[in-house]
Ligand binder design. Structure first.
Ligand code: ZN
Length: 189
């Protein structure tokens, strides 16, 4: 079980708008403020705030606004947002991008001491990647009835026949992630 007493400090990062593509990696390696936050929001909500910021960046480049961060020992080690169109890459979902960066940062494809925060319920591909990466804990925002592979459309995460178990918390800042997606699809019509 995940210890609820664990304290995640608020990431001390510049606002997303000030990040340029070439400084993207650098910020992931920046030390975060280790002091416990005095903000009323729970640590999960604070990390989700970063994931939402990533989702906003996807929106800005015309991608489906989904964002993800990988957190290890109170620090962001990977960040991602959808880049399917930008990279002509069907696998470039926010979670995959964040997992790749986390693996490179940590120097290990196994991320068993890492938590992944994503704005929407992960699809089958991303859920599978999280199992391969041995992610410890998954926190996500809104459910995805059409493609969610935690429980909505199918179950990949914590499938009974898989050995690796991931602690899951859902519904964190769900309204805001759903709102971003609704804005995106409304503007496309
Ligand atoms: Zn996915």
């Amino acid at each position: 079980m995940h210890s609820s007493a664990r304290i995640f400090p608020r990431p001390n990062l510049p606002p997303a708008q000030s990040l340029r593509a070439d400084t993207y990696n650098m910020y992931c390696l920046m030390p975060t403020d280790e002091r416990p936050t005095t903000n009323d929001a729970s640590p999960d909500e604070l990390w989700m705030e970063e994931a939402l910021r990533c989702a906003q960046r996807a929106l800005e480049i015309g991608e489906v606004p989904v964002g993800a961060v990988v957190v290890r020992s109170g620090q962001i080690v990977g960040r991602g947002w959808n880049r399917n169109i930008t990279d002509s890459d069907s696998t470039a979902h926010a979670e995959i991008v964040a997992l790749r960066q986390a693996g490179a940062t940590v120097g290990n494809h196994r991320l068993s001491d890492c938590d992944l925060f994503v704005t929407i319920e992960p699809c089958a591909m991303c859920s599978g990647a999280m199992v391969h990466a041995r992610i410890k804990r998954l926190v996500y925002g809104s459910d995805d009835p059409k493609a969610g592979a935690v429980h909505s459309m199918m179950q990949v995460v914590n499938h009974p026949q898989l050995n690796h178990k991931i602690e899951v918390r859902c519904g964190v800042s769900a309204g805001r992630s759903a709102e971003l997606l609704q804005t995106f699809f409304k503007n496309r019509r």
